[in-house]
Design a protein around this ligand. Structure first.
Ligand SMILES: N[C@@H](CCC(=O)N[C@@H](CS)C(=O)NCC(=O)O)C(=O)O
Length: 220
């Protein structure tokens, strides 16, 4: 299987961690949002990352891809079978993708992606707005994250999606913090999984390039 994308993206990371959990072989083919490579565009009609190619089958959208992978190879399950747990897993996935990424993305795009990577215009006021929104999301998460174990019963898409979104925010100094200790402990449990470690190794060169020599994330 081919995953098109780049690991700075929380959505690409989500797919890669899910495939690692399942032991499904894949190659990461570098693609940037809006990229014009025909093979990528065939898989991603909207030009967004990630997209998947599995033989003659193509699919876009991180959640759709994880649902496909889970159906194709049911074990280990990433979508709980029990109805309430399944519903909650989809809720956390949606919350991560649309709520957390919406706020965090304002910071990430305007302090890192636009000024440093794409050399595009950026707006510090929007970054500040995203920054102001984040504490409300962290407070919510701290209130629902368990003292031990995972967000919804067994390890699932919920954990992968939320932690993947958080990981992208580490690049702009808004990753998990001691101010939210239950969240931090849960995040560290996710990050200790072999699947996460494998993706982190692939992401290491990306992370390295984005750091200043002092180890501080360089922002605009
Ligand atoms: N719902 C999509 C969102 C994908 C997405 O928005 N990816 C970003 C990169 S992190 C992108 O490609 N943005 C370009 C655009 O919105 O045109 C998913 O889960 O895969």
């Amino acid at each position: 299987m081919i995953v098109y994308g780049a690991l700075l993206s929380p959505f690409v990371r989500k797919v890669c961690v899910a495939l690692e959990e399942k032991g499904m072989a894949y190659q990461l083919a570098t693609a940037n949002p809006g990229g014009d490579d025909p093979a990528f565009r065939e898989a991603s009609p909207l030009g967004k990352i990630p997209a998947l190619r599995d033989g003659d089958y193509t699919l876009a959208d991180s959640t759709a891809i994880v649902v496909y992978a889970d159906a194709k190879q049911p074990q280990p399950a990433l979508l709980p079978a029990e109805p309430r747990a399944r519903g909650k897993a989809m809720w956390f996935d949606e919350w991560a993708d649309t709520v957390l990424v919406a706020s965090g993305g304002k910071v990430l795009f305007n302090r890192l992606v636009a000024p440093k990577l794409l050399k595009l215009p950026f707006d510090e006021a929007v970054a500040l707005q995203g920054e102001a929104e984040l504490p409300r999301h962290w407070a919510y998460l701290e209130g629902v994250v368990p003292d031990d174990g995972w967000l919804v019963g067994d390890f699932s898409l919920a954990d992968i999606a939320v932690a993947s979104a958080m990981r992208s925010l580490t690049y702009v100094g808004h990753g998990p913090s001691a101010a939210y200790p239950r969240t931090l402990a849960w995040y560290n449990r996710v990050a200790a999984r072999p699947s996460w470690q494998a993706v982190a190794r692939a992401e290491a060169p990306v992370a390295e390039r984005l750091r200043t020599p002092t180890g501080v994330i360089e922002t605009a």
